[in-house]
Design a protein around this ligand. Structure first.
Ligand SMILES: *Cc1c(COP(=O)(O)O)cnc(C)c1O
Length: 367
């Protein structure tokens, strides 16, 4: 035997996740609209809590995140015993795939679902099936049609990233009813706070109704703490038990726990963020439509704008970069003719709309 250590073969089938970029060489002022972070920065109370904790950093955090789970429970009306915190919801996605998937099993997601499901599922050794959508929206009949005896998990981001599309509660319930009881349904509601439909349920009712549905949430979007990495699951007791066996013992660091509790307590933060997002999502969509683009209806804090061809989307991306504006290429999602644009501040939305309108009116939009 010669040579270097080799990982399990499925590891090398994973394409490393490409996050939104944040720097452009030679550009001083960057407008970053590439990762769906909240428009208003860090909640002031969370920044203060983060600073306060500096004197205590020699202490281990509470491994059970009890204070944070209690605060989440109080805020959302949930039993803290049914909540598990993760180092971002990404950590929980990883653990669910490893704990319930593995070699010989299958994991189902929709064609343009969140790529972390594919990364985590492949790493776990599962076969990840990407099921076609209708109008960039997950289709319950097609998802159910992909189920086999090997299926262990179904992931649904609702609203979905990067498409912004939403499945109605009756459709999500029909998905759950159609799945075998031993298949775990993971409802990823990272953008729940931005949804404007009164009938929307991020998944609480389905989690409560059985022992095979999990809801995932995050502090990375509306709560403005993406850099601290905090997510959480609301899950049936059996899944809570599994996650607590496999998660990092001190997975939520001290600063993250304190800041997240303070973010939940920030007065009016979510309401103000949601109102801003609803207003500027509509304004930006209208401006981009006026500029000649097709814009998908979004329930999140981002828009998916269709430039018609991959070449035109790439040229628009390049033009935006020249103005210091970073949006998200959709090439890794097989939607290379689209760009995903996060709803930023009023000024940022105005600037990106102006720049795209100028691009569409110019010669490079012909490609
Ligand atoms: C942003 C996002 C998350 C959040 O991930 P974290 O690890 O909590 O930052 C989860 N799911 C989807 C669909 C997302 O877009």
């Amino acid at each position: 035997m010669t040579g270097a250590p080799r990982p399990r073969p499925e590891v090398l089938r994973i394409d490393a996740y490409v996050g939104g970029e944040s720097k452009l060489p030679g550009v001083n002022r960057i407008i970053k609209l590439s990762s769906n972070e909240g428009a208003f920065g860090v909640p002031p109370g969370a920044a203060a809590a983060y600073a306060r904790v500096a004197a205590d950093l020699h202490r281990y955090p509470d491994g059970g995140s009890l204070g944070l789970r209690r605060a989440i429970g109080a805020r959302f009306g949930l039993d803290p015993a049914r909540i598990v915190c993760g180092t971002g919801s990404d950590e929980l996605i990883q653990h669910l795939c490893h704990a319930y998937g593995g070699p010989g099993t299958e994991i189902i997601m929709s064609m343009h679902g969140f790529t972390m499901y594919q990364v985590a599922g492949t790493y776990a050794g599962s076969r990840v099936l990407k099921v076609p959508e209708r109008a960039l929206t997950a289709d319950v009949d097609l998802l159910l049609g992909a189920v086999s005896a090997a299926t262990r998990l179904v992931f649904l981001a609702n609203p979905n990233n990067p498409t912004g599309t939403l499945l109605a509660p009756a459709e999500v319930a029909r998905l759950r009813r159609g799945l075998p009881p031993e298949v775990l349904l993971v409802l990823d509601a990272a953008y729940a706070e931005y949804v404007g439909r009164p009938e929307y349920d991020p998944g609480v009712a389905l989690v409560d109704a059985g022992d095979n549905t999990v809801m995932l949430r995050t502090f990375s979007k509306v709560f403005g703490l993406a850099g601290l990495r905090v997510g959480w699951a609301y899950a049936p007791p059996g899944v809570v038990d599994v996650l607590n066996r496999v998660r990092g013992v001190f997975n939520i660091n001290l600063a993250a726990q304190e800041a997240a509790v303070a973010a939940l307590a920030e007065p009016g933060w979510v309401e103000r963020s949601r109102a801003h997002n609803t207003e500027w999502r509509a304004r930006l969509a209208a401006a981009l439509t006026d500029a000649g683009l097709k814009v998908w209806g979004s329930e999140g804090n981002f828009l998916l704008a269709d430039f018609g061809t991959v070449a035109r989307a790439a040229a628009a991306d390049a033009a935006l970069r020249q103005s210091g504006i970073i949006v998200r290429s959709m090439v890794p999602y097989d939607l290379g003719h689209c760009l995903r644009i996060t709803i930023g501040t009023a000024e940022e939305c105005t600037l990106v709309a102006e720049r795209i309108a100028a691009f569409m009116a110019g010669p490079r939009a012909d490609g």
